[in-house]
Design a protein around this ligand. Structure first.
Ligand SMILES: Cc1ncc(C[n+]2csc(CCOP(=O)(O)OP(=O)(O)O)c2C)c(N)n1
Ligand SMILES: [Mg+2]
Length: 314
């Protein structure tokens, strides 16, 4: 990976981190309806895969933890912030909220609050791309806990049986909410994918060069062969399951953040410290600008509630 590529990845990761830090502050101030699931620690893994997609023809789905994924796909940060805060002018005018993000015009088909629910949806996108001959592929991002869901196992099966151009990306942070994978998950995740006949790879998702290499191999495989593939990217969840989770179930200890490591790698490769600092400042200012603006946007949650009740919701 050359200096320019790594700098580009770092700059984008800094913005995702700054955006999510500012969303967390907004949640603390009471501006965000519902729980917020932050993505810190997984930015590089997601950006690496998305950097190899063509968002004009490829389609992506994600989990409840998808703010960063949406930004990686090129979704407008202000519309995203407004959606997270339940405001008018959000991606779905604030009706979906933090877990239900949709920007199909950016190739970001949807995220889903139902664990694993986004995975069969991506199989539909892959089948449609194959049937219509668009040349596009689908990529679906999920957590390690989601791989224990029946719908995900069914989709692994169908992806091979129907030979779909579908990339499964598992962001393995070792936890499903407060339950450790070591307690609740049998065998190995790539072992399951291989048992269905998928090309599968396991990688340190916080090592940018290794992650880019694995992503390149697997995206390339899906695009060239039209067949499915699977990446398990291991990451450390830097935050709680949701923002505000005190994590009584988890050891404190060292939580190594990949972004300062990438900073040091860039310096060793010849990047100027001033330039990297300017990336960080710009990221924070941009995040502050969009989220402060979203906070001042019209709050539609009262209207949304009324519409939901009128539709028979209780
Ligand atoms: C079908 C379903 N079961 C349970 C939940 C509650 N829930 C929300 S997130 C989550 C954990 C998911 O773990 P994982 O897939 O590893 O994703 P992570 O949160 O670690 O990114 C659970 C159980 C849900 N939203 N949907
Ligand atoms: Mg997990």
């Amino acid at each position: 990976m050359d200096l320019g590529e790594l700098k580009n990845l770092y700059e984008k990761a800094l913005f995702i981190r700054a955006f999510e830090d500012r969303v967390a502050a907004s949640a603390d101030a009471g501006h965000v309806p519902g729980l917020v699931h932050l993505n810190s620690g997984a930015e590089l893994a997601e950006l690496a895969v998305i950097s190899l997609l063509d968002m004009l023809k490829d389609q992506v789905t994600g989990s409840h933890r998808s703010h960063g994924l949406a930004l990686a796909c090129g979704v407008d940060p202000l519309a995203l912030a407004r959606e997270i805060l339940g405001r008018k002018g959000g991606l779905s005018d604030g009706l979906g909220g933090t877990q239900h993000l949709m920007a199909p015009e950016n190739g970001f088909l949807t995220s889903n609050g139902i664990v694993g629910g986004q995975v069969p949806l991506a199989a539909g996108a892959a089948l449609s791309a194959k049937t219509l001959g668009t040349g596009g592929i689908a990529a679906t991002f999920m957590g390690d806990g989601a791989v224990n869901q029946g719908a995900v196992q069914e989709t692994l099966n169908l992806a091979v049986a129907l030979n779909l151009p579908l990339l499964f990306v598992v962001i393995n942070n070792g936890f499903g909410q407060s339950t450790a994978a070591s307690y609740a998950t049998a065998g190995s995740l790539i072992g399951r994918a291989r048992a269905f006949g998928l090309a599968a790879d396991q990688v340190d998702g916080q090592d940018p060069a290794a992650m880019m290499k694995a992503a390149d191999r697997m995206v390339g495989w899906v695009r060239k062969t039209g067949s499915p593939a699977f990446i398990e990217a291991k990451v450390i969840r830097l935050s709680g399951h949701y923002h505000g989770d005190a994590e009584p179930y988890r050891q404190r200890g060292e939580r190594s953040d990949p972004l300062p490591r990438v900073h040091d790698m860039l310096i060793k490769m010849g990047a100027k410290a001033d330039e990297l600092e300017s990336f960080a400042i710009t990221a924070r200012l941009k995040a502050e600008g969009v989220i402060a603006k979203a906070e001042k946007s019209k709050d539609i949650s009262g209207q949304a509630l009324a519409a939901w009740q009128a539709a028979g919701g209780v």
